[in-house]
Every structure is written in C-alpha cells, then in structure tokens.
Ligand binder design. Structure first.
Ligand code: NAD
Length: 476
C-alpha cells in the first residue's frame, strides 16, 4: 500500500489449499482504516503526480510489471495451483501466463491509442471555435475481484486501468489473497510505478469491498463476482453516483445442432464444462441437444465426464480439480439435492469422489430429466455440474438458450458452419464460440448481456471503460 508492504491492522488470516485443506500460511488482514489509507494514497497519486498524463512512462511501467511477474513465473505457478486449486495445465493459459503476457498488449495500446481527436473548426451560434476531444483517466479505480481466476481478473483490471492513467485500490477475494499480494510485491520491488498508484488491500472482510463502493474519493468501481453481489455494488455506488463496471455470473448454453458430430461436440462440452471444476463464469453449463439424439448425447457426455474425473491439480493431466472451499462445496451439494427434488437424475457423479477425504471435492456430474425452468438449470452452480436438455430444432434451441436471466457466453456446434453461425448470431450473450473457436484474448472484449454484467473487460472496449471524454473548444 502506498508503495510499501505493510502488515494489516486487523492482523492476519489463513489461506488454505482447497485440494488438501492444508493451511498454506497467512495474509495481511486489512482493517477499515487500512482501506481508508489505501484510498487516500490512490487519490493523492492521481491528483498530485504526473501518472495520468505521462503515457510513455506508464507503458514502460506496465512492461516492467510483466517482466517482474514473468521472472517469478515458476514460483507463481506453484502458488496458484496451491491457493486456487487450479489445474496445472491452466496456469500455462488463463490462470497465469496469458494474463501476465497480455500486459504487453495494454502497454502497446497506451502508445498507439488516439488520445486526442481534432474535430476542426465550426461556428456554433455564429461563434468561431476549434474543437478537440480528449480521452483521459477517470481517476481512482476500486477493483474488486473473485477467487476463481485471480491473476486473469486482477490483471485484466490493473492492465487497462493503469494503461488509461488511473490509480487503483485492488481488493481481492478472501480465498485468494496471495495471488493478489504477490502482484503488489512485484510492483513495489521491481517497477517504477509510483507509491499510491496501486494499492492491494487483502482482507478476510467482504465489507471492505463495500467501502470502496461508497467512498466519494473513488471514481469508478470495477467489479467481478456474483450477480447478487454485483447488485449490492451497483446500489451502494449509487449514493455517490460513481461509475460501475460489472462482470457477473452466467449460465451459458452449449448448443448442439442436429447436423453436428455428436460424439465430438458432447465430448468437448464435457471437457469445457468441468475445466477448473466448473468454476468459470463463462463456462457452458447447459448442454442443449437434439431431442431425437438425447439418450445418445447423455451416454457420450456422461462417459466423457466419468473418464475425466476429478484429480489432483498438481497433475499435468487434471482438468477438474477441487472447488475452492467447504462453503462452495455445500452450495453445490444444495443444488444437487434440489435437482433430485425437481425430478432430475444423475447420469454420472452426483456426490463427492471416493477416496478424497481431505479437500473440497465434487465429482463431475451430469443432470438429466430437468426442464429449463428448474432452479438447477437456471441458476449458476459454479461447480463441475452440467445439465443436459433436449431441443426441437434450431429455433427451439435459441429460445431455450436465451431463456435465462444471464447472457454471458455460449457455444454452437454444427456441421454446416453458415447455419451454426446463424444460430450463434441469435444468442443474446457477450461471447459465443462456434465449432470450438476460442474468443479469449487481450484484444477481445469480454462481458455480459442482461444480468451477466454492464460493460466490457479487455480489448479496446475494456480499456475505454477506464477513460473519461473531455470536449474542448477554443475561440478563434
Ligand atoms: P462474490 O460476489 O461473492 O465476491 C466477489 C468479490 O466481491 C470478493 O472480493 C468479495 O470480497 C467482494 N464483496 C462481497 N460482498 C461485497 C459487497 N457487498 N460490496 C463490495 N464487494 C463485496 O463472488 P465470488 O464467490 O468471489 O466469485 C464467484 C462469482 O464470480 C461467480 O458468480 C462468477 O460467475 C463470478 N465471476 C464473473 C466473472 C465475469 O467476468 N463475468 C469472472 C469470474 C467470476
């Protein structure tokens, strides 16, 4: 905080390995006063330094941050596997290497971006004027993040917010404080980022996030988390009318058309659905298959899920590791019970895997026999639990896919690409994959329609969330 590593006034709290329940160590437990000091430091750094206007300096600092994190990649990889329970293979992508590398994209953008646009001369109401439009930083950003992909989400906020010239207070989730603290450590030790520009406030107390949303010194809140918390964030930010940017939950559909290669599509749906134990907001957790091939689709998907299983995240071959906490496991088990009460059945899984007495585990599970209006089919479970539903053709598949309060992501698989593309075009979601295409990347805006969020993260659209627009007219 404010350029230094400081202990938390609230003491320290434990961070736990979800695969083993081993206590890994402790993190600084910040108090409300610590948060107050962090906001003051960010405000001061924004108002009293040249950070916001020195584009070249910021680009250099972002590259230093990237290099600093890359130098510690081996240590960070082990930390991420242990603290997040992230399968090792994912740390070579979205759980670590990709978001670190992507900082370079934001550094380049600072240098290439059109910060100023000349609108030329005009004579509004007969008064000769020369007009310019300037883009500039919003000010102090409060970044609040979840535990599921901590590096991806922390850096997808820090990268563009800093590139745009803002200062930041980052409040990570209590489950993954180390992943965020290490970014603060690298910033303090290995970059020229001035004191106060980035303040990482780890805490066991969710209420510290709420303070960021209420404080008048914070200009923008960039939040990623559940839709329920997002609603609180928006309501609480209304008091000071600050800008809010929300990346929330999802219940995305994986649509298999009747001309698709059913085996390939359902095997892929199984893999995609339980990656990182299903703890991804954009994961496709409703599989929509042609009614006439429903039973065959169930057999293929259940077979693939059972084969993938849940395994040690340290193992290179593991796709589905543990879930983050006992609380999360309980929440998932609540949905499994609910699914059965609502008439559903398990084609595979449905409980805890055998032989895993320590750690927080749920077997890859496929629920059949539900309709799209059941709670397990509508609500975000955030575990390795998929629901399979029959559809009666393309129009019906689109109707079911869109019959959701969410609109984050989706996938369409079909033999005729034109037709699959047409169905994808009708999905009311922020991202769509057609026949296995991957939309994830620094240059691709990501975000939700409907109750999945407001605004976009990453890409130029994501960067511009962190900018104000100023129009200047000079009398001539
Ligand atoms: P969460 O909403 O419980 O918590 C997210 C963050 O908000 C944490 O840092 C928490 O401490 C903080 N927080 C809690 N209450 C707050 C309040 N009243 N005011 C301000 N901050 C508060 O979410 P989680 O359980 O950590 O993460 C899982 C959720 O995140 C899932 O719903 C998932 O879909 C969503 N998510 C969305 C995206 C996306 O980009 N759309 C990405 C990842 C995760």
């Amino acid at each position: 905080m404010d350029g230094r590593l400081v202990p938390g006034a609230g003491g320290a709290f434990e961070t736990i390995n979800p695969a083993t329940e081993e206590v890994l160590g402790t993190a600084a437990d910040a108090s409300a006063d610590d948060m107050d000091r962090a906001i003051a430091a960010a405000r001061r750094a924004f108002d009293e330094t040249g950070w916001a206007t020195d584009h070249a300096f910021r680009a250099r600092c972002l590259r230093q941050l990237r290099e600093g994190l890359r130098r510690r990649a081996d240590e960070l990889r082990e930390l991420t596997i242990k603290e997040v329970g992230a399968p090792r293979f994912l740390t070579f992508g979205a759980q670590l290497d990709a978001p670190v590398d992507d900082l370079a994209w934001f550094a380049d953008l600072v240098e290439d971006y059109g910060w100023e646009r000349d609108l030329g001369r005009a004579e509004p109401m007969g008064m000769p004027s020369h007009r310019r439009v300037v883009r500039e930083a919003v000010g102090v950003v409060g970044a609040i993040t979840p535990w599921n992909f901590p590096h991806q989400i922390n850096l997808a906020k820090l990268g563009p917010a800093l590139a745009a010239g803002n200062t930041v207070v980052l409040k990570p989730a209590p489950d993954t404080p180390w992943c965020a603290a290490v970014v603060g450590e690298v910033i303090a030790g290995e970059t020229d980022i001035p004191p106060g520009v980035v303040n990482v406030v780890t805490s066991s107390d969710h209420a510290l996030g709420a303070r960021l949303t209420q404080d008048p010194r914070v200009d923008l809140v960039s939040f990623t988390g559940s839709t329920a918390t997002g609603r609180n964030v928006m309501a609480s930010a209304a008091g000071t009318l600050k800008r809010v940017f929300l990346e929330l939950g999802g219940k995305s559909a994986f649509v298999v058309l009747d001309d698709a290669d059913l085996r390939a599509a359902c095997s892929y749906a199984a893999f995609a659905g339980i990656t990182h134990a299903g703890q991804g907001c954009a994961i496709t957790t409703r599989i929509l298959v042609p009614r006439e091939r429903h039973d065959e689709a169930v057999e293929i998907t259940a077979g693939a899920l059972a084969k993938l299983g849940a395994g040690d995240p340290q193992d290179d071959r593991t796709i589905c590791g543990p879930v983050i906490s006992a609380r999360q496991r309980e929440r998932i088990e609540g949905y499994l019970e609910l699914a059965v009460k609502d008439g559903g059945a398990f084609a595979c899984g449905g409980g805890r895997p055998e032989g895993r007495d320590r750690g927080f585990w749920i077997e890859p599970t496929l629920i059949t026999g539900l309709t799209n209006d059941s709670r397990a089919a509508r609500e975000e479970i955030f575990g390795p639990v998929l629901v399979i539903l029959p559809h009666d053709g393309d129009d019906d598949a689109v109707r079911i896919a869109n019959d959701s309060p969410y609109g984050l992501s989706g996938a369409v698989h079909g033999g005729d690409v034109e037709r699959a593309r047409g169905v994808a075009g009708r999905l009311r979601t922020g991202t769509v994959s057609v026949n296995g295409g991957v939309w994830y990347g620094a240059d691709v805006p990501f975000g939700g329609y409907k109750q999945s969020g407001i605004g976009r993260e990453m890409g130029v659209a994501g960067f511009e969330e962190y900018l104000e627009t100023k129009s200047i007219a000079e009398g001539v």
